[in-house]
Design a protein around this ligand. Structure first.
Ligand code: DGT
Ligand code: ZN
Ligand code: CA
Ligand code: CA
Length: 571
């Protein structure tokens, strides 16, 4: 969760956007925009401000102060809620097209029901905008150009977005007659933090049926390029998907090639050359005879090169080739190694699902333990209290009886304040079986202060895990600036684990820092940070990040048996 100032700023900006979209007064729009910037940039935390204090913030007048106060007390601004109901999210997304203002976005929605960028592109191509007031030929051209620009500057997407598209397409293509194998490759298979485009690989002796199914897929808002063995489409969300069809006997080599990374491929190709072989997207060949070496799978390709199979998440030419040649490749932690989840929320704070539903879903995943770690009181908008925490503990105790195979742990996610202190006095913290602590505010502290702040949290004997340590939000908020080596030393010294938050927009600790931390002897926890039942499945992205950081199961505390874990938590 953001600092409350940022959250309020976001709401005021949204209010401004919605006034503009619904054709409101332009002056009013500017007033709210200015207020949003002032609140966002205001040095003091406004969580406990009264109306008088709020009005001392520049550009905040009586009416805006009233709305902020309403939000601080009730968690909502009812006028904003009303506006939200009038304007669907799709229309708001339309206004991100460079040449499309809010007023015309609303016309498109009201007259033609257009609620997404993909739908708009479709409508223009189908000539549906002709005759619409305010939309001449020139406007259409500008809009198409704007859409094109957006898609070209090609925003990389979070891994879960790409995964959703990839899995749907793989499922569709796998049912096509003649398709023997189909899977996704590229950066998605390597589980990078963000994905540029989705690469799908399939085998068929005759590729035509696959190509037709691909360009005819309901996911294809646009066919960018179509050919005999390769095609590209774009989804309505603007994500490009490339399909490559190869012959069955080239599967292993082609999968190796299209998984990448490019840097890794350059190394494997060099190794091939030294052995008088040629490795390409078309297969592995004997240079002298030109003969293709059948490669049913990747392991055969690597084997032929004198290498063990290398997990896709390690293929970045960051030492994996050397380690493989020395026989020292790590065996990275897998999802099957996990015995529980140590970072989850319920609707007691900002989660969506009640405790009982979250626990039932955890049991269904086969977990042996599960920690409920709702937010602590200093994250003011969550309105946590001693009473609520204690009531939750009783509810967990009662629920435990129904789950003999699943140990429930009552925990909390504390907030690390700028000095490194956390919520609640020690005697109250003792009552929790697990305390996470994380940075949820003051993201801009200078490096030395930020480092001291996190180190102090590690030194707190109640804090067992530092959650989402860099507090980054991929594509939205930079990681905080800290001397991470110093933090890693503190973690190792105090026996505090660092979390890999598996939420696709966090993936925090990032892989590069995970790998660096290993040298300091740091322990890890991979947590879903689930705020709803489906989020429990985000664990796979945390595993991807862990693997990219070369993390092995023994260093991950939530792969440990319950007794070992509870020993660790009590220490
Ligand atoms: P992305 O899409 O930017 O997230 O990253 P990738 O790694 O998926 O890159 P992409 O889609 O351009 O290409 C997919 C894979 O194809 C890439 O990981 C390795 C392979 N590849 C692409 N271009 C080259 C190349 O010029 N040389 C070599 N050796 N491999 C390439
Ligand atoms: Zn958090
Ligand atoms: Ca790609
Ligand atoms: Ca590609």
């Amino acid at each position: 969760m953001d600092r409350i100032n940022d959250e309020v700023a976001g709401l005021l900006q949204e209010y401004a956007d919605l006034i503009a979209i619904t054709g409101g007064d332009a002056f009013k729009v500017r007033v709210y925009e200015k207020a949003a910037r002032s609140v966002g940039g205001y040095a003091q935390d406004i969580a406990h401000f009264d109306e008088g204090e709020l009005r001392r913030i520049p550009n905040v007048g009586a009416s805006i102060a009233g709305k902020i106060e309403e939000f601080l007390h009730t968690g909502v601004i009812h006028q904003l809620e009303e506006l939200r109901l009038k304007v669907p999210a799709g229309v708001r997304r339309l206004t991100t097209i460079p040449t499309l203002g809010p007023k015309r976005a609303m016309v498109l929605y009201e007259e033609l029901g257009i609620g997404s960028i993909g739908a708009l592109a479709e409508a223009i191509r189908a000539g549906k905008l002709q005759g619409l007031r305010g939309f001449g030929a020139k406007t259409e051209e500008n809009l198409l150009h704007g859409i094109d620009l957006m898609q070209k500057t090609g925003q990389r997407v979070h891994t879960d977005v790409a995964m959703g598209v990839a899995e749907e397409i793989v499922a569709e293509l796998s049912t096509v007659g003649g398709c023997a194998r189909c899977t996704f490759a590229g950066s998605l298979r390597r589980m990078k933090d963000t994905i540029g485009d989705v690469d799908i690989l399939a085998t068929a002796e005759n590729s035509a049926a696959l190509m037709a199914a691909f360009s005819g897929s309901s996911l294809a808002a646009e066919v960018i390029a179509g050919g005999g063995t390769k095609s590209s489409i774009r989804t309505a969300g603007g994500l490009q998907v490339d399909l490559r069809v190869v012959r069955q006997d080239a599967w292993g080599a082609a999968l190796q090639y299209f998984t990448g990374s490019k840097a890794h491929n350059i190394r494997t190709r060099e190794i091939a050359v030294h052995q008088k072989l040629k490795l390409s997207e078309y297969g592995l060949f004997e240079v002298e005879t030109g003969e293709k070496i059948v490669s049913a799978d990747e392991a055969e390709v690597y084997g032929r090169l004198g290498l063990p199979w290398i997990a896709p998440t390690l293929r970045e030419d960051s030492g994996e080739i050397e380690a493989a040649l020395r026989g020292e490749l790590p065996e990275p932690v897998t999802e099957a190694d996990l015995r529980g989840d140590l970072h989850t929320h319920t609707d007691l704070t900002d989660g969506l699902a009640p405790l009982e539903e979250m626990v039932a879903a955890a049991a269904k995943r086969g977990y042996r333990y599960y920690a409920v770690t709702d937010h602590a009181p200093n994250l003011y908008m969550q309105r946590m209290t001693d009473e609520k925490a204690l009531a939750q503990r009783e509810r967990i105790d009662r629920l435990q009886d129904s789950y003999p195979g699943l140990r429930l742990l009552h925990g909390t996610e504390l907030n690390i304040d700028p000095e490194g202190n956390v919520d609640w006095p020690p005697e109250f913290l003792t009552g929790f079986e697990l305390c996470l602590a994380s940075v949820h505010s003051h993201f801009g502290l200078p490096r030395a202060e930020m480092t001291r702040r996190i180190v102090r949290a590690c030194e707190n004997p109640h804090v067992k895990i530092i959650a989402h340590p860099t507090a980054r939000i991929i594509g939205r908020r930079e990681p905080v600036d800290a001397d991470w080596d110093e933090v890693f030393r503190a973690c190792a010294r105090t026996g505090t684990a660092l979390e890999i938050d598996a939420f696709p927009d966090r993936l925090d600790l990032p892989a590069a820092l995970v790998r660096r931390a290993l040298g300091f002897g740091v322990l890890f926890s991979i947590g879903s940070d689930a705020h709803a039942v489906p989020h429990l499945d985000n664990m796979r992205y945390g595993i991807g990040t862990a693997q990219r950081g070369w993390l092995t199961a023994d260093r991950v505390i939530n792969t440990w048996p319950i007794d070992q874990l509870t020993d660790f938590l009590r220490r």
